[in-house]
Design a protein around this ligand. Sequence first.
Ligand SMILES: NC(=O)c1ccc[n+]([C@@H]2O[C@H](COP(=O)([O-])OP(=O)(O)OC[C@H]3O[C@@H](n4cnc5c(N)ncnc54)[C@H](OP(=O)(O)O)[C@@H]3O)[C@@H](O)[C@H]2O)c1
Length: 226
Amino acid sequence: MKKVIILGASDGLGKSIAGLCIDEKIEVINVSRTPSNVSGVINIACDLSKQEDIDNTVKAIKEKYNDFDAIINCAAIVAMEKINEISYSKFEKAFKINTIAPLYFLSSLFDNIVKNEADILNIGTTADLKAGFVDQLAYTSTKYGLRGGSYNLGLELSKTKSRMIYVHCGGMNTQMHEKDYGKKIEDPTEWMDTKDVAGIVFYLLRLPKQVEITEITISRKGRRLM
Ligand SMILES: NC(=O)c1ccc[n+]([C@@H]2O[C@H](COP(=O)([O-])OP(=O)(O)OC[C@H]3O[C@@H](n4cnc5c(N)ncnc54)[C@H](OP(=O)(O)O)[C@@H]3O)[C@@H](O)[C@H]2O)c1
């Protein structure tokens, strides 16, 4: 891998993956609203809830960074309203960012992905296994959509050299829940470190090209879903 595009490398897991890539001399193009402060990362400002921003980002990638080897999608928001309190606008926003944006982005770059023999890695959640969690109807639904879209992309890529990897990721020590809901993590030692998950993502992408792990679950210890 020489060049990687990351959706959402300004924070959390994406930022840790970006750091790992830079350490390994891999060029990183970050796509998010705020720039990544990881030194050496190239930033493209993009609000993934806006089609125009996505189209401009795709255009910039085709013009300047077309020789990418992988696209890693870490961008998402949580949506954790109580079942009878979810607003239409929250449903819409969560679907736009978590589901439509990455799938539309990937389909817009599909021909380039195939030509480059590039891999795709989408970060899902353990909420998109079985029923998900209470108070997460919108979030669970968006990630099930991402999961379904990833299967379809995998099908489209099955006769190519590109791989589609889907990660059901459990709870990590990030500020994701705090940003929108003010929910602080009480005991960070019980949550996964993004650096450890980033290492697994990196391992998956660096497997020999004839090996394809299509789907993997990474859980916090003791939180496996039955
Ligand atoms: N944290 C957990 O416990 C947990 C558990 C299971 C699964 N996951 C999944 O893991 C992935 C990473 O989560 P995280 O905890 O690292 O989240 P995070 O720290 O909140 O980072 C989210 C990233 O998404 C970007 N993003 C959000 N809204 C955006 C928008 N409208 N346009 C462009 N970029 C946007 C953010 O960039 P800007 O704000 O700069 O735009 C940021 O770089 C997500 O897919 C999440 O669903 C997380």
